[in-house]
Write a protein that binds this ligand. Sequence first.
Ligand SMILES: [Zn+2]
Length: 123
Amino acid sequence: MRYSIQRELVLQRILSAKIHPTAEWIFNEVKKEKSNISFGTVYRNLTQLIDRGLIRLIQFNGIAHYDGNMNPHNHFICNECSQIYDIEIELEDFISEMELKTNHYVSSYHIKVRGTCRKCKVN
Ligand SMILES: [Zn+2]
């Protein structure tokens, strides 16, 4: 991959954010360091990073969020505050039981769980 300072900047902001940011959020953050960068450039770099497997795209409520955690994991989204949490629990048993019952072969999966997060639960 040809090195690009802009792409590196975009990637670093996603990796350090840990909040599954939107393109808008990333654009505003990168702008702080590179004031002349356009939204189109940020968006193009996001697409390139996805194509190269460095980040992944997840849709929540029809909004695109970007995830720099490439370890296999699933997500929990809070109905109250819309915060997205990483869930790192193995789902091997669920997947193998599903394969057994349906005779489908699972090559990849991503599970989204909805509810009320621990912060909103106490309020
Ligand atoms: Zn995640």
